[in-house]
Design a protein around this ligand. Sequence first.
Ligand code: B12
Length: 320
Amino acid sequence: MNQLKSNIIAKAFEIGLSDLKFTSSNVEESTKINLQNWIDSKYYANMQYIANNVDKRLNPSIILENSKSVIVCALNYFPGNHPTIDNGNKLVGKISRYAQNIDYHFVLLDKIKLLEEYIRQVIPEIKTRSYVDTGHILEKYFAEKAGIGWQGKHSLIISPKFGSYVFLGVIITDYYFEEDTPVLDKCGTCQRCIVACPTNALVKPKVLDANKCIAYWTVEAKPEEEIPDIVKENNSGWLFGCDICQEVCPYNKVITENTHTAEFLNLSNFYQNLMEVIELNTEDFNKRYKKSPIKRRKLSGLKLNATNLIENFEKTKDSD
Ligand code: B12
C-alpha cells in the first residue's frame, strides 16, 4: 500500500473511525440493472427522492466532476447487548439500536469532515464531497466494493470485524487511490433474516421492499400514508426503526469489539413507555430528542407510532 493511503488510514483511526477502505467511483452494469429493477418494482415506497435521482446514484461524477475514487468510512455503533426488558407490565415500544443515542449523522459526519480536512492538507489539489446518508449515493454498494463488508441478505453491510451495526459514510474524490479488494460474502445458505422478518419485507436475498419494512413505517413514512395491514398487525413492538433482521444474524452474535465512540455507549435507551409518548408535549419532545434521530419523526409521527402499538397491544390482549 502506498504511503499516502496508509497515512490517511492512520489518521482515520486516530479520529475514531472503525474502518476505512478505498474503491473506484464507477458503478458496475449489474448494479445499474438491480437498482432499476428495484425502482421499477416500486420497492422505494414513498421515498420518491430515490427514484428521482437514479442518475446520480449510478454516476458519482454528476455529484463531483471527474470523480475517481470513493473513500468509505465505517463506524461501529454496537454498545453491547441490552439488559432484558423489565417493563413492569407497562406498555413499552422498542427503539432500534441506531436511534438509541446521539444522531449518527452528526457524530460520523464530524469525524469524516476532520478526515476530509486532513486529506485536503496532504493533497491540496484534491476535490472532495462527503456524505453520511443524505447524499444521492449508494453507500452500501461502495462499502461492499471497497471491502468494508459484504451485503447480507437483509441488504445491509456486514463487516467481518463488527457485524452489521456499523454506520457508513463516503468521501467522493477526483483523485485516484489504489482500490482495496472486496471481502467474501459469508451468508452461505443462511436465511435467518429473511425468515425472521414478520412482514416479509425481504422479498429475496439482498432485496428489501420498503413498503413492507417496519423501519420504513416507523421512521420514514408520512403520517398520512396508510399502513398496510401486514405491517400494522406484525409490528412486533417497534416504536422507532426495527432491528429484527439484524438481531437474528449470526454475525451480530459474535461481535468481539464494542463501539469505542462515547456518543454510542448508552445501553439504557432501548425502550420507551408508550403512555409517556402519548402525553409528551412539543417542548419536552424537542428537549428529549434534540440530538436524537427520533427528532426526524416529529412529535405527531412518534405519537402515531405509539398509538398504533397501543391499539395492537389492546387487540392481542382481547384475543388472549
Ligand atoms: C433509503 C434507506 C432506507 C430505507 C430503504 C432500505 C434499503 N434497504 O434500501 C428504509 C427506511 C427502509 C431504511 C431502513 C433501515 N436503514 Co437505511 N438507508 C437508506 C439510504 C438512505 C439509501 C439506501 C438505498 O439507496 N436504497 C436503495 C436500494 C436499491 O439499495 P440496496 O438495498 O442496497 O439495493 C441493492 C440490492 O437490492 C441489490 N440487488 C437488487 N437486486 C439484486 C439481485 C441480485 C441477484 C443481487 C446480487 C443484488 C441485488 O442491488 C441494489 C442496488 O445496489 C441509506 C444511505 C445511503 N445513502 O446509501 C441508509 C442505510 C442503508 N440505512 C442504514 C440503516 C442503519 C437502516 C436500518 C438498520 C435502521 C433501523 N434500525 O431501523 C434499517 C434497515 C432495514 C433494511 N433491512 O434495509 C445504514 C446501513 C448500514 C449498514 N451496515 O449497511 C445506511 C447505509 C445509512 C448509513 N449511512 O449508515 N433505510
